[in-house]
Design a protein around this ligand. Structure first.
Ligand code: NIG
Ligand code: FE
Length: 411
């Protein structure tokens, strides 16, 4: 058995449990001072304070935290990891006042990434996504969700999902896969949206479920994209095939996506920038996690989701990057941590829960990761920081000193 001892931890900060934390519970963090952690193979075996009693004749690898902060590895619960090309040309358009939905309506935006993704080979997509994952890992992400949605037909949606499956095998970051065939209406189906939705429900979902290429089904429910009724049909079909519903809701206009999420028991609703009170209430009732994406608000120059209202009303809040080539070309969760405090007015403790335990719960893996507790996976970070406040307070530096993934020191 491989062993690792992490000693001299100044502060070990972690949420606790195997389910999302809501309300006041979201801000309750366990703090161990002057702590150590023993990892056996890829698992957390023991946690203690003071000096580990067998430290002097320990026969495994020793990592000295030298008084620094240790937290669980970060979990990025919402990304569009696999895509061809970039969209730097849209920045100029935005500066001239063209909106995100206008760019999309004119065949740009998501639709231009669809062209680039269809043109790219599986190997090209894999190389590109792998580089993104390398960067994410350096910034402290140890588990990441990845959505399809730039193929928009069976062949190319499958290609994207196969890239995720292969990368999950070969990259240290664990990947969780979401089918987002309903990300936009392809240009050639603009007048035949019914037919496109039929293809999603009858041609894509059954095969993706059978080949176990995704665990979740997501829909971009938005004005000019998919209506609430269409989203409901697609997500209900996904459910029938064992795909758990997620939804891009209330990002730009509130058309009822968050209410739908609570209503059909979606595991998470994402974005929620303009989420109305009824949506928050429905989500609280349905046990839906709010997966908030503050770097996207920043990038779109939009408002920020009503996180405090959600916490107050008992909706668990998770946060993620939304890494994608359009609305958020950012894969650094450390920036999301800053924005969570500064823009959502969440406390450092609530923020930590949002990017670890609640994020893990939003992608169905909170029983295995997201906290530093005995029996969970040995995914953790030693920060170039003395305490939790510090990583929320400093801006623009990479504060990760070491990343331990599944019991192995990676950085
Ligand atoms: O989550 N809003 C929809 N989908 C992505 C953006 C995708 C893109 O612009 O390429 C998002 O922001
Ligand atoms: Fe997204």
């Amino acid at each position: 058995m491989k062993k690792m001892l992490i000693k001299n931890i100044g502060i070990l900060a972690t949420a606790e449990g195997r389910q999302a934390r809501r309300g006041a519970e979201q801000g309750k963090i366990r703090l161990y001072k002057n702590a150590w952690i023993l990892l056996e193979d890829d698992e957390i075996a023991e946690i203690g304070t003071g000096k580990y009693q067998y430290q002097n004749d320990f026969d495994g690898e020793v990592l000295d935290a030298e008084g620094r902060l240790v937290t669980p590895g970060l979990v990025d619960a919402h990304t569009h990891l696999v895509f061809g090309g970039w969209r730097q040309n849209e920045l100029g358009l935005k500066m001239h006042g063209v909106s995100y939905l206008e760019i999309l309506a004119n065949g740009g935006g998501i639709l231009s990434t669809v062209e680039n993704t269809r043109e790219a080979s599986l190997e090209e997509l894999m190389d590109k996504a792998e580089k993104a994952l390398d960067e994410m890992l350096k910034f402290g992400t140890t588990t990441c969700e990845a959505k399809s949605g730039y193929g928009l037909n069976l062949e190319h949606e499958l290609k994207q999902l196969k890239v995720v499956r292969e990368l999950n095998r070969r990259h240290p970051i664990d990947l969780i896969s979401t089918f987002l065939g309903a990300h936009a209406i392809p240009v050639d189906y603009k007048k035949e949206r019914e037919e496109f939705i039929r293809q999603i429900c009858e041609d894509m979902i059954p095969i993706i479920a059978e080949e176990k290429l995704a665990q979740f089904c997501d829909v971009f429910c938005e004005t000019g994209v998919f209506t609430v009724e269409e989203a409901r049909r697609i997500l209900e079909t996904g459910k029938k095939y064992g795909l758990i519903p997620k939804i891009h809701a209330d990002e730009i206009e509130a058309i009822g996506g968050s209410q739908l999420a609570g209503n059909i028991g979606a595991i998470s609703a994402e974005h929620l920038i303009v989420c109305p009170l009824e949506g928050i209430e429905q989500m609280a009732k349905g046990g839906t996690i709010a997966c908030l994406l503050p770097a996207t608000s920043f990038y779109l120059g939009a408002n920020y989701a009503p996180a405090r209202e959600m916490i107050q009303r008992g909706v668990p809040v998770a946060m993620a990057t939304d890494f994608n080539p359009g609305s958020c070309p950012c894969l650094n969760l450390q920036l999301v941590i800053n924005l969570g405090c500064l823009k959502y007015r969440m406390t450092p403790e609530e923020v930590l829960t949002a990017v670890t335990l609640n994020a893990a719960a939003a992608i169905g893996v909170a029983d295995r990761i997201g906290t530093i507790e005995i029996g969970k996976k040995g995914d953790l970070i030693i920060w170039e920081a003395p305490d939790l406040d510090y990583i929320c307070y400093r801006l623009g530096s990479d504060l990760v000193r070491n990343v331990v993934k599944a019991g192995k020191k990676i950085r």
